[in-house]
Design a protein around this ligand. Sequence first.
Ligand code: ADP
Ligand code: MG
Length: 606
Amino acid sequence: MQDIIQLLPDNIANQIAAGEVIQRPASAVKELLENAVDAGATRIQLIINDAGKALVQVIDNGKGMSETDARMAFERHATSKIRDIEDLFRIKTMGFRGEALASIAAVAQVTLKTRRAEDELGTHIDIENSRVVNQEPCAAEVGTNISMKNLFFNVPARRNFLKSNAAEMRHIVDEFIRVAMAFPSIFFSLSANGQELFHLEAGNHKQRIVQILGSTYTAKLVPVHEKTDYLTISGFIGKPETARKTRGDQYFFVNNRYIKSAYLNHAVNAAFDGIIPNDSFPGYVLYIDLDPAQIDINVHPTKQEIKFEDEKIIYAFIQAAVKHALAQFSIAPSLDFSLNADIQQLDAVSKPFTNEQQQATISSGLYQTFSRSHQAHAIEPTEKSGLGDWRAYFKESSIANRQSEEKQVPDSRFQIEDSGNSFLQINNTYILVNHSRGFLVVHQQLAHERVLYEKFSAAMHNQQAATQQLLFPVTLELAAPDAALLQDMLSDLIQIGYLVEPFGTNSFVIQGCPADVITGNEKNTIELLIEQFKHFSSDVKYSKREKLVRCMARQQSIKAGQSLSEKEMQSLVNDLFACTTPNISPNGSPTYIEFKEEYLDRMFGK
Ligand code: ADP
Ligand code: MG
């Protein structure tokens, strides 16, 4: 038998490795922008065509590269940013792995033009599939101009995997914003298909935040600033009135690197406890700076997570700093700030933590809940007891359904008593419905979700729902990524009766809402929709329209806890039994449970 193991050719090995770093156009955007920042540029332009699928180009006025470096830059593990292992603990640059350019060159066609100030001529390199196809001296501006064309031209499977242009563009805008927000002293611009979307003049943090998040934030930002030997936190929190139903405007930067942390996010939210409604999210842009040795950024290149030497301290510190800022601006009582138990911990921030203290903290319940894989408030799915049995039960009942459907009399199964006491609300959640052969317990929210779900689905697939024009159209200002998301939903929203129109950059006007909805709540509805949609968006099981319909049904439904009049109960129950599938909510829970007379009799031994 022949031996069968072979070394992979370099370009294939590179393509495989590139998968880690370059997953979509936005990954290249992040890497190229960061390289420009690391090169000391003061002006950085990002040019996009076809949502980055055709072109991602970054032009900077940084220090440029020598001819040899320009060639070397595309080798895997080629970096000018670390020399030895110790350097890993004092990283001040955005990049350090030396993988980005090698990865990009493995999966796209790349053109690089670069010149250093001290060189008369610059270097021009064309490279594709990890191979240099052309290299020559050229005239060039000082700095670097790099284009990535036709991403995944040589890996069709991955190219097919890319999402719609709107979705890919949203990722690009997200990455752009994260870098631009971290470096306000650098000019940034973003053009897509020849149209300039962002033009961000150099300025201070506050100016940059307002430039990006929109002028609704002018005069509504409260500065945060606390400094100790251990760390500095600075930035801004939105005043309570800027809190939204959507999580859009929340940014953390650690040593200028954008990070995602449910744990630290929880610290800010906790500081706003009691100041804004429970279902709202405060806006914030917070910059944390600390000794690079205290953090571990040596994690996966595309994961925006970070490990802190001592996360508990950072949590307490952020919460305290935000409370302090709120108190100073008389938004929260200052008492609240000084008496907070977490503040006691601050002591530990300036003094070194002793081993004993550390042990005590780590074994505390609070620490354990929070440190569990960054999921501070993840809710574990709980098995609903007895649901299994009900499922079996409801199978029968849906067969009964289908039969009755054929007869075109979907609600004839239950002769609902028309006497005055047919409907009884229990706990403002359940509706007890009397019928000729027993009674039903209907869950009002789940039932209404089913009703709305079928109504919206019908509108989506058949005729457009009727719209009522709003007397006072409402404007909606969104963060850029949310705006891109909403833009993508406009035509579907019209189908179900919401008339929303673009109105300048990242703004929209709500002109109308479904004819049978009480007006006045449109802004909330759309914001909530965006928020829910985001959580849903990783769910590939459903189409975009299906997600929209499901979100809307959930959102507009009568909620558990809402008191209903006799009439409202009656019309809900009637609507429910006019549904094609009345017995199951869109998420698969039962909408009602039936107690048959025979069953009741049996229970009583009769
Ligand atoms: P890393 O940024 O991790 O070092 P990259 O693959 O992104 O790895 O870049 C490799 C090297 O190429 C960098 O270390 C830097 O020396 C050089 N380089 C990349 N982009 C630029 C740029 N825009 N200007 C100057 N030098 C650059
Ligand atoms: Mg880099």
